[in-house]
Design a protein around this ligand. Sequence first.
Ligand code: 7TS
Length: 415
Amino acid sequence: MAVTAQTKLNAEKLRADFPIFDQEIRGKQLAYLDSAVSSHKPRQVLDKLRTFYETQYANVHRGVYTLSEVATAEYEGAREKVARLVNAPEPRELIFTHGATESINLVAYAWGLDNLGPGDVVLVTELEHHSNFVPWQYIAKRTGAAFKAIPLDDNSELQLDSLDELARTGNIKVVANNLVSNALGTINPVERLTAWAHEQGAIMVVDAAQAAPHHEIDVQQLGCDFLAFSSHKMCGPTSVGALWGRAELLESMAPFNLGGHMIRSVKLEETTWGQLPYKFEAGTQPIAEAVGFGAAVDYVTDVGIAAIEEHERELLVYALERLAAVPGFVGYGPPPDRRAGIISFNIEGIHPHDVAQVLDMEGVAIRAGHHCCQPLMSKLGVAATNRASFYLYTIREEIDRLVEGLHKTHKLFGP
Ligand code: 7TS
């Protein structure tokens, strides 16, 4: 991937691109600290969606008429942009899906059902989002494979010294891990895990839903076999995402969804499959959403992913310092140098939903819950946490308002 010098981003200035911040919530400016769940959308992406629908829209790969050709060029252009974002060797290895969840299900079903069986082991981690846990647990059960998880140590870090013991429990066939944890922000050692997975003869599946918006990704450097991510967490529309996979693996796999557009020929006796990527894109795709995803990739790459990561790290250091002074603050997660802009925490003796509700009255939006990471919550010994998460439009003032809101919460509910 080309290394370009990044200028520091100006979040105050970028914020003006996001119309959502023009309104007040409960009579206050919105302090949006929930970008890990979904990000807001800049005018550049919204304008592209409007222009596409108003002047370029038709179904793709269907018509010989000009408008369909224009729409197809836009859709395939978006594929090239998304493929380039992760340094995919070829755009045909980039499948448009409805999001990271569907991307992982595609691999679990289409690869897993034909390649797993008794004696095999599917290995996830205790730090996974349910999207990279439940599909594997289900397919392991259906195929008779064992389902195991790399445990976390007392600091909630992957316990890599357990790998040898896990390898003795059967044939490791799949290792599935997130590159960035949505609950703790941990940047996981995926390159190392990939090398180990390949030594075992396993495929490596990377959930990059939280990584792609905030962290530079190069699938060739990571060495992984599949990588899944969503558009809506990186300034793009909902209902579209991507799966990158190695061409030889994708070619060897059966399709996941079946129907129109994914076939080569259909006869009563037999149907044969189309080429990549169409084999995995049955039916009418989220066409405008994919085009909007391409515009979002343009937007975040213009800002610079490295600059976004640096901005979030500065906010993280600032926030952790200020939060430490809040009475009863208990933080979870690794040190800032191995962490994206995500802070999971509890305030001793106060339920996270109460915390989030008081903050909402102050116009501060955070997430409270298990973050679709129940195995992690069990490990932490809590039912839920609060989570504040940042993005390229996050400013220090929002963190100040979070801190003030927490002081207020403590006064209201604290011991
Ligand atoms: N993997 C990770 C690491 C995620 O954070 C999410 C969504 C997904 C997969 C699923 O992505 P989707 O776009 O298919 O829904 N993360 C969150 C979250 O942090 N809180 O709610 C959803």
